[in-house]
Design a protein around this ligand. Structure first.
Ligand SMILES: NC(=O)c1ccc[n+]([C@@H]2O[C@H](COP(=O)([O-])OP(=O)(O)OC[C@H]3O[C@@H](n4cnc5c(N)ncnc54)[C@H](O)[C@@H]3O)[C@@H](O)[C@H]2O)c1
Length: 328
C-alpha cells in the first residue's frame, strides 16, 4: 500500500518522505511546486505536479497507486502573508483543502494525517498549551488550519474518516540532505543563519515589548526529523485502528528570539547583527507545547530537538546549500 503525501516537495514534507522511504514505505507525492522544490525529492519517487483541489488528478493518482492513507502538508504557511492577503489563504488552504478532502473521500481513502499548527490556539490563556485549550487564531493562516480541523471532525462523524491532526509548534533544523528553502524566508532560524552567512545584512527582531523575560517572543522549536518520525507514528496509529486525534508536537521548552540568536552566535561563531522592528500583527507572544498526549498515544518523543542540535543542523544545511535547492 502507498501513502499519498501532498506538499511533499516542501520543507517538512520532503524530510517526512525521506523518512518514510527509509522505513520501506511506498510514497507518492502531489505538489504544485508553488513553494516547494522538485530537487527536494529523490527522482525515483512518483511525483504528480498539480493542485490538491484537482479532483480528476487525485482520482488518477489513487487509481494508479494502491493509496491507503494520506499525509496532507500542502498549504501556504506564513502568518504575516496571511494577514496581508487572507484571500490567498482561504483559497489555497481552505477551498483547495476542502476540495481535496472531498476528493479523497470519493476515492475511498479513509486515513489522513494533517499538518495543523499551534497558531490555531492564537494567544494562549495558559502555557504549556494542551490540546483542549481554547482555539481562537490571531491570523487568517490560523483560521485556515482550524477550519480544516473542523472539516476533518465533521467527516469523521458523518463518514467514519479517521485522522490525526498534528499541531506542530515551530519546525526547524535539517537532515544531511534536506532543509529549509523558502523564498522569501521568514522563519526565524534560517533567517538568522542567512544573516550569519552574510546573505542578509542583519536579523530583524519583530517586537521586544512582549510580556516575556527579555521582551521578545517565545517559541517551542521542534526538529524536522522529530516531526517526520511523528508522522510515521501517527500513520501506524491509524493503520492499527486507533481513534482520531488532535496532537501537539513540540518539546515543552520555549526560547525567546534573543536566546535563539545567542545560540546561533555560539554555533556559527559569527556576530549576527540584530535590529528591533515593531511586532508583526497576528504573532502571539508565547507558544509552548504540552506534547504529553502525543508521547503517550504514539510512543513518540522528540530525540533531536535541543536548540543547539537544531541550530547546528540548520547551519550545516545552510553552509552546504547556501542557495537552498538548485535545479539540476
Ligand atoms: N514550518 C512550520 O514551522 C510549520 C508549523 C506548523 C504547521 N506547519 C504546516 O506544515 C505544512 C508544511 O509546512 P512547510 O514549512 O514544509 O511548508 P512549505 O511551503 O515548505 O511546503 C508546503 C508545500 O505545499 C505545496 N503546496 C501548497 N499549496 C498547494 C496546493 N494547493 N496544491 C499542491 N501543493 C501545494 C508547496 O508547493 C510546498 O511544496 C503546512 O501545511 C504548514 O501549514 C508548518
Amino acid at each position: 500500500m502507498a501513502i499519498l503525501v501532498t506538499g511533499g516537495a516542501g520543507y517538512i514534507g520532503s524530510v517526512t518522505v525521506e523518512h518514510l522511504c527509509s522505513l520501506g514505505e511506498s510514497v507518492v507525492v502531489l505538489d504544485n511546486l508553488s513553494r516547494g522544490h522538485r530537487e527536494a525529492l529523490a527522482p525515483s519517487i512518483p511525483f504528480y505536479h498539480g493542485n490538491v483541489g484537482d479532483a480528476a488528478l487525485l482520482d488518477r493518482i489513487v487509481r494508479e497507486h494502491a493509496i491507503d492513507s494520506c499525509i496532507h502538508f500542502a498549504a501556504f504557511a506564513y502568518v504575516g502573508e496571511s494577514v496581508e492577503h487572507p484571500e490567498l489563504y482561504f483559497e489555497n488552504n481552505v477551498i483547495q483543502g476542502l476540495a481535496f478532502l472531498a476528493g479523497l473521500f470519493q476515492t475511498g481513502v479513509r486515513r489522513i494525517v494533517f499538518s495543523s499548527s499551534c497558531v490555531t490556539y492564537g494567544e494562549p490563556e495558559t502555557v504549556p498549551i494542551k490540546e483542549d485549550s481554547l482555539q481562537w487564531p490571531t491570523s487568517p493562516y490560523g483560521w485556515s488550519k482550524l477550519l480544516f480541523e473542523r472539516a476533518l471532525a465533521s467527516y469523521e462523524t458523518a463518514h467514519a474518516l479517521k485522522f490525526v491532526s498534528l499541531r506542530y509548534f515551530n519546525a526547524a533544523g535539517a537532515t544531511r540532505t534536506r532543509g529549509e528553502h523558502h523564498d522569501p524566508e521568514t522563519h526565524l532560524i534560517p533567517s538568522i543563519l542567512q544573516a550569519a552567512a552574510g546573505l542578509r545584512p542583519e536579523i530583524r527582531v519583530f517586537g521586544n515589548t512582549y510580556s516575556t523575560p527579555d521582551g521578545t517572543a517565545i517559541r517551542d522549536y521542534i526538529h524536522v526529523s522529530d516531526l517526520a518520525e511523528a508522522h510515521s507514528a501517527a500513520l501506524q496509529h491509524l493503520r492499527h485502528g486507533g481513534a482520531s486525534q488532535f496532537l501537539n508536537l513540540g518539546t515543552g521548552q520555549g526560547y525567546s528570539v534573543m536566546e535563539v540568536i545567542d545560540c546561533a552566535r555560539r554555533v556559527t561563531g559569527k556576530p549576527i547583527p540584530a535590529i528591533i522592528e515593531p511586532p508583526r500583527p497576528g504573532d502571539p507572544s508565547r507558544l509552548i507545547a504540552d506534547a504529553s498526549k502525543a508521547e503517550k498515544l504514539l510512543g513518540w518523543k522528540p530525540r533531536h530537538s535541543d536548540l543547539e542540535t537544531i541550530v547546528r543542523d540548520a547551519w550545516e544545511w545552510q553552509t552546504r546549500s547556501p542557495q537552498g535547492y538548485t535545479p539540476k
